[in-house]
Design a protein around this ligand. Structure first.
Ligand code: 1HN
Length: 357
């Protein structure tokens, strides 16, 4: 027999063997090993940018198309072009633009997925979390912890638009998703506005209160008790810190939002950051295993991801896939909010980062 005939025979024999394996719910590892255990991450997600100037009209059109009540949540999902039809902006994160028109309410519900809001436009709508309302302004970072009742209402006379970020793909991957509608529709207010921030977010903590590690309520231990981190405070911190000019060559000045109870991440699965790049600043190359979603608050510039150039200005949203070399260039002084699954990766011992020279 010739070698070609032998290998054809082998291929046919193997194929027949694989079919007998499949009939017993088995498969040969050697056919899929490389894909299962890649040398390094090979994300399907691609770099992408959503320009707010092009999206705003679509948001308002959605506002005329369907009520917030009918939609439950009127959100335009930001889908990564590399992950079409899967409601994902990265492999493990969901993002969308939520629109609440004047006078509208989005009814109360809860789910095991964690959610963040980052306000892009409008003042004066509220999010309620477990009986406390917080009024939202542009740049505010607002948390909905897992399994906490939450509803939204817009009592202002202008539309509100915010970026939603949720760990939906991660939780669904683990088949750990639960949700429930609140029979009360809108939660009663049980605590005065600002209570959580005063109690936990001023560098002091209530003496003797047992919270944090060991808390019995579902999800309650792992998420910060502060559920609105106002932009004004975070921006002031960046402004004060810049005076020392201790710039990170890869990130400018980048802070992470923390849980005041233990200094850990504000959310158990999603890490959140606020970053300042001075005018003219160009960062060195950086890559990390946590694919990251950015939202522009102030400034103008671009991010280069491999061969892609993502131009950005205020309220634009862009995404850098996992393990992708990228640099930022700020034409004007710029402030970027960002989020990723870094806390989940760190807890699992998976997080890696690399800095260019
Ligand atoms: C959700 O509950 C909200 O509460 C926003 O505002 C977006 C996307 C999928 C599932 C639940 C919200 C969501 C969501």
């Amino acid at each position: 027999m010739t070698t070609a005939a032998q290998s054809a025979n082998t291929a046919a024999a193997r194929e027949a063997f694989y079919q007998r394996l499949a009939a017993k719910n088995m498969a040969p590892l050697w056919e899929s090993l490389k894909g299962l255990v890649p040398r390094e991450p090979t994300p399907n997600a691609v770099p992408a940018v959503w320009h707010y100037a092009e999206l705003r009209d679509l948001c308002l059109e959605a506002g005329r198309m369907i009520t917030a009540r009918e939609a439950q949540r009127r959100v335009l999902v930001l889908e990564n072009p590399g992950l079409p039809g899967s409601s994902r902006i990265t492999q493990s994160l969901y993002a969308g633009l939520q629109v609440l028109m004047p006078g509208e309410e989005a009814p109360s519900h809860r789910h095991t997925q964690s959610a963040l809001r980052f306000v892009l436009e409008g003042h004066g709508a509220y999010t309620a979390v477990d009986g406390e309302r917080t009024t939202m302004s542009p740049g505010d970072f607002v948390i909905t912890p897992p399994w906490s009742w939450h509803d939204h209402g817009n009592q202002s006379d202008a539309p509100m638009v915010w970026l939603d970020g949720l760990d939906i793909p991660l939780v669904n991957f683990l088949d750990a998703g639960f949700s429930e509608d609140d029979p009360r529709d809108i939660q009663p207010v049980e605590r005065p506005e600002g209570d959580s921030l005063a109690r936990y977010g001023t560098g002091l903590l209530p003496l003797g209160e047992r919270r944090g590690n060991g808390a019995a309520e579902v999800g309650g231990a792992a998420t910060s008790p502060v559920f609105n981190y106002p932009y004004e405070r975070a921006r002031a911190a960046l402004e004060a810190m810049r005076k020392r000019e201790a710039w990170d060559p890869c990130a400018g000045l980048r802070l992470r939002y923390t849980n005041p109870l233990d200094g850990g991440w504000a959310m158990p699965t999603i890490g959140t950051f606020l970053q300042l790049l001075p005018a003219g600043y160009a960062t060195r190359a950086y890559r990390s295993t946590d694919a990251t979603v950015f939202a522009l608050v102030e400034g103008r510039g671009r991010t280069k991801v491999g061969a892609r150039v993502l131009e950005w200005s205020p309220r634009d949203v862009f995404v850098v896939p996992a393990w992708s070399w990228h640099t930022h260039q700020a034409d004007e002084e710029s402030v970027l909010f960002s989020f990723s699954n870094r806390p989940a990766q760190e807890k699992l011992g998976l997080f890696r980062e690399e800095r260019g020279t």
